[in-house]
Ligand binder design. Structure first.
Ligand code: FES
Length: 74
């Protein structure tokens, strides 16, 4: 499903960028341009990031260092 129709960016792509460390809509925009044209998708991107798409965000929320090694996926 497309999150950003201006640039044809899918929900899956946003999640991949989030897993690679893009924790904010701005970082997602740097990674794939999503949100940099009409801006209509920014809320959807925020919602995706807010749903735990970014594992590093959880570390930050817990007060941990953002660039710490992520625990291995079980
Ligand atoms: S839908 Fe993403 S910038 Fe327009």
């Amino acid at each position: 499903m497309f999150v950003c129709s201006c640039f044809g960016v899918t929900e899956e792509q946003v999640k991949e960028h989030a897993e690679a460390g893009a924790c904010t809509p701005r970082q997602i925009a740097s990674a794939c341009k999503a949100g940099t044209d009409c801006g209509g998708c920014v809320k959807r991107i925020q919602a995706l990031l807010g749903r735990g798409a970014c594992p590093r965000r959880r570390l930050i929320d817990q007060g941990g260092p953002a660039l710490a090694e992520l625990p291995e996926a079980a």
